[in-house]
Structures are given as C-alpha cells and as structure tokens.
Design a protein around this ligand. Structure first.
Ligand code: XMP
Length: 319
C-alpha cells in the first residue's frame, strides 16, 4: 500500500475518493464501526457517515480500560455532529479476557480477540452488517510487521483473513496515511479541534500502561494518575504523555508509618510520527507538582518517577 505523506495529501480529494470507495464497497448493505474518540476512528466515522449515512452503525465499546469520562464525552461530541453513537458495555468481557495475563503480547492478543471475535462478531451478527470500518494507519502496520508490537487492529499484513477468522470484511480508509495526514483529513471533515489535535491514545488503552495484570483496581490507579497528567500537562505542547503503573511494590512512608505501596512512572514525549521520540525536558516545578499530586490523590502510590529514555531503545507505551 503506497504511503500518502502529509505534504502530498490533498484532503478534499482524499475525502471524496474514500467516500466513494466506501459507498461502492458497502453497496446497499450495512456496516459498523467502533469509535474510540481518537483522531483515526473519528475520521473514519465521519467518512463512513458521509458515504452511507444511517447505514453505518457507530458504537463506542466501553471496555473498562478507557480514560475517565470518555463514553459520555464522545457521545456528546458526535451528537453535535449529527452522529448517533451507541455505547456497548463490555467491561466484564474485557477484564475476564485479561484476567491472569501478565505477558505484554498475550495481553494485546486477549484485547484483540475480545474486540474482533467476541464484541464486533456479535455486533455484526446482530446488525446484519457485512463490513467493519476501522482507522488503521500506516504506522500501525509498520510496527506490527516489524514485530515490535502487535497493534490491536492489524490482520491482513499478518496473513489473517478477517472474513474467515471473524466473519466480516474490514475497510481501512486511512491505511495510506500517518498521524499528521489523518489530522488534516479530520480537520477537513469538520471535526472539532479537540478531536483533530487530540493526543494519540493506544488501542489497548490503559492496559498498555499497566505492567503486569490489568485488573479493574490497577486500571483505576492508572486512570486516576492519567487525569492528573492531563490536567497538569495540557499546555506542555508534548506529542504524548502517559502514566504507567509498575508491577513492583516499593517501601514508602505515610504519616510516619511504613507504607508498602505502588509506583507510577510518568513519560512525556516529543515526536513527529511516533517512530522515534525523545523525552520532553519538563521543568522540575512541573515534575514536583505531578509527584505531589499523584502521591496524595491516587490511593496506594508512594513513588513517582520520570522516564528519560529515548525511543529507541524504549518504546512509548510499556506494553
Ligand atoms: P510505541 O509504544 O509502539 O507507540 O512506541 C507508538 C505510538 O503508537 C501508539 N500505540 C498504539 N496505537 N494501537 C494503536 O492504535 C496499538 O495497539 C498501539 N500501541 C501503541 C502509542 O500510544 C504511540 O502513540
């Protein structure tokens, strides 16, 4: 698949081409798509609705590992754009699938299977749709094919036929673009800036930020720390920032007594396309405030560290 760079991209032409390609592929049938609220799935939602209108059913899968308040926020944003989003409560299914798993790639695989086989499989059967529209971009394919991380949404490039494996066809209108190109298309699709300039967020969501088992309780810890980061670093201009829950417990002190608690690592990245990245040189004032707020507001956390490794050899997420 040939890359379209952000420089070479003509957003209006691209949108026109993809809208007619989607109409042609879906014909007079139905399609579904899952909207996570990221720029990729938001752009695909708008392309799909332009192409086939109400014959595209858009779902927000509440998998229990999204950030605080996401389902409500996304539903409201798309309501303003005239797109109805149905929320599917799949929290128990995802936590059951991740239960007992500590290996990063096994965790990614459990999330992939739950999304594609269980949840989308069921939605396709119930709706009678034949196609799933999704926002895979070129970087997802590159990292998966290079064997760095199995991105949750890549199949064909791994020799997996979604129709045989899951019972539906996948349409990927953004597969030739990288993030910078998708942002331009999203803007041209009249999405609000809170979406087209939104920080990237991984498909495996907060489970990508928990080292070891992703239990509801451990996800809650990382979610609370994420709220603080998003408040404190909103004006940092960074490409992406994240809170990570470590597996080890460390000895701390609280109110003069020993408190054997957990550890949060903060990472904040400068990057253009996520292929390489450098840690942001955050000021000590900001770092100290983050440490103070996280240890006092997130139950159980006694230690906060800042990641200072570049990608490579690090990756941006930990899982
Ligand atoms: P890494 O951790 O591989 O992340 O350096 C690079 C960028 O990709 C995001 N990321 C993902 N995005 N599905 C996605 O859609 C995934 O499975 C996934 N894993 C990582 C990550 O947040 C960063 O922006």
């Amino acid at each position: 698949m040939e890359e379209i760079t952000a420089e070479a991209l003509n957003s209006e032409n691209f949108i026109e081409q993809q809208v007619s390609a989607i109409s042609e592929t879906v014909g007079d049938g139905l399609a579904i798509n899952a909207l996570s609220g990221g720029v990729d799935s938001s752009a695909v939602t708008m392309l799909g609705h332009r192409a086939i209108g109400g014959r595209l059913k858009t779902y927000f899968i509440d998998n229990g590992i999204m950030r605080q308040g996401e389902p409500e926020w996304i539903v409201a944003v798309f309501k303003d754009l005239g797109v109805h989003v149905e929320v599917i409560d799949a929290r128990t299914e995802f936590f059951d699938a991740m239960s007992g798993i500590t290996d990063p790639e096994e965790k990614r695989e459990a999330i992939t299977q739950t999304f594609y086989k269980d949840v989308f499989g069921r939605l396709v059967r119930e709706s009678g749709a034949k196609h799933l529209l999704q926002g895979t971009i070129l970087t997802d394919v590159d990292e998966t094919v290079a064997g760095i991380k199995r991105q949750h949404n890549v199949f064909e490039q791994l020799g997996i036929d979604p129709e045989k494996t899951f019972g539906y066809k996948i349409i990927e209108p953004l597969i030739q673009l990288r993030k910078d190109g998708v942002r331009r298309v999203a803007e041209a699709l009249d999405l609000p800036e809170t979406i087209y300039n939104r920080m990237p967020f991984p498909g495996p969501a907060l489970a990508a930020r928990v080292i070891g088992e992703a239990t509801p309780e451990r996800i809650k810890t990382v979610r609370q720390a994420t709220v603080i980061l998003e408040e404190e670093l909103a004006d940092s201009g960074a490409f992406q920032y994240m809170a990570i829950l470590h597996e080890d417990h460390v000895t701390g002190i609280r109110n003069g007594a020993r408190d054997y608690g957990t550890q949060i690592e903060i990472r904040c990245w400068e990057s253009v396309d996520a292929r390489t990245a450098q840690p942001t040189r955050l000021s000590y004032t900001v770092l100290e405030r983050l440490a103070e707020r996280i240890t006092s507001e997130v139950p159980g956390v006694v230690s906060v560290t800042y990641g200072i490794t570049t990608k490579p050899p690090s990756t941006m997420e930990v899982v």
